[in-house]
Design a protein around this ligand. Structure first.
Ligand SMILES: C[S@@+](CC[C@H](N)C(=O)[O-])C[C@H]1O[C@@H](n2cnc3c(N)ncnc32)[C@H](O)[C@@H]1O
Length: 284
């Protein structure tokens, strides 16, 4: 499959599937390989013929369009992805959230990792909780939920076995304390597996998790969905999230303007809901 052919096809198909070409530029080859396999399965000669087939069933809810959306899922992740952000979360944001809960008399916190892939992100939250926070606030319980639309990655998350490459950014003492080697891989400790629940959930279709004290939505909505989908997600989140719950997005992502979320005092990539009457908690 020639690159120009693939680019032309994706630029035509992605917006029709509610997706954004810009997000796929760098990962297009991976999508191209899946498309090649699909063409073979269908006995279709090339992408031009596949486009005709899609044009014949223009409803984005039809089977082939759904299949195409599945072929466009990018499930790359790693533990402690973007160290600078985790440093901010550990040093400022997470302690601030706990202190706020203590002042409000809450005994349980809920952290949501939306589009959690194979669990690397919610497990990193669980590691931060166990290593940095749980011993300081033993009376506060923390529930961490990782959601994803893809059952295969959720199965991997529940298994908790990872290649060394996905642990390369993790602080070494966390790896030593919370993983054990298993062949060429690393198995996460049971205490961490028990600390995170994994649930199948589609951010485009289902309402967000209600009452989350922190939402991590990184490298999904604001990379791969087109702007209308991003705005729909933010509108639903705005209706569900606690007024002051921070939203953390990916380092290379930005929010669409005037979508009801403003920059958190800690700066990009942390945001918070901005109803006209509320102000962010002072954290600096
Ligand atoms: C690139 S990974 C990001 C993983 C992690 N958040 C990170 O930043 O490392 C994107 C994940 O979003 C999931 N995803 C794609 N579309 C989704 C949807 N509509 N609802 C929920 N998850 C979705 C994919 O299956 C994939 O696991």
């Amino acid at each position: 499959m020639r690159d120009e052919e693939l680019v032309g096809f994706l630029q035509w198909a992605l917006p029709r599937a509610g997706l954004r070409w810009r997000g796929f530029r760098r990962v297009r080859r991976q999508v191209g390989r899946r498309l090649s396999r699909r063409l073979q399965e269908l006995g279709v000669a090339d992408l031009a013929a596949y486009r005709l087939l899609l044009e014949a069933c223009p409803d984005p809810k039809s089977d082939e369009w759904r299949r195409l959306a599945r072929m466009c899922r990018v499930t790359i992740s790693r533990f402690y992805r973007d160290r600078r952000v985790w440093a901010q979360l550990r040093r400022h944001l997470l302690p601030d959230i706990v202190q706020h809960a203590v002042r409000a008399g809450h005994e349980e916190l809920l952290f949501w990792s939306a589009g959690c892939a194979s669990g690397e992100e919610p497990y990193t939250l669980a590691l931060a909780w166990q290593h940095d926070l749980a011993w300081r606030w033993p009376a506060i319980a923390c529930r961490i939920v990782g959601t994803d639309v893809d059952r295969v990655v959720l199965g991997r998350a529940a298994d908790g076995v990872y290649d060394a490459s996905s642990l390369r950014e993790l602080p070494r003492h966390w790896r030593e304390a919370s993983f054990r080697p298993e062949g060429q891989s690393w198995r996460i400790a049971d205490s961490l597996r028990e600390a995170v629940s994994f649930v199948e959930h589609d951010v485009e279709r289902a309402p967000p998790l209600a009452g989350a004290d922190l939402v991590l939505c990184r490298n999904l909505v604001f990379t791969y969905l087109h702007e209308a989908g991003q705005r729909r997600f933010l509108a639903k989140l705005s209706a569900q999230a606690r007024a002051e719950s921070p939203l953390v997005i990916g380092c290379h992502e930005s929010l669409p303007p005037n979508a009801g979320f403003g920059p958190h005092p800690l700066g990009h990539p942390i945001y918070y809901r901005q109803p006209s009457t509320s102000a962010p908690r002072g954290v600096l």
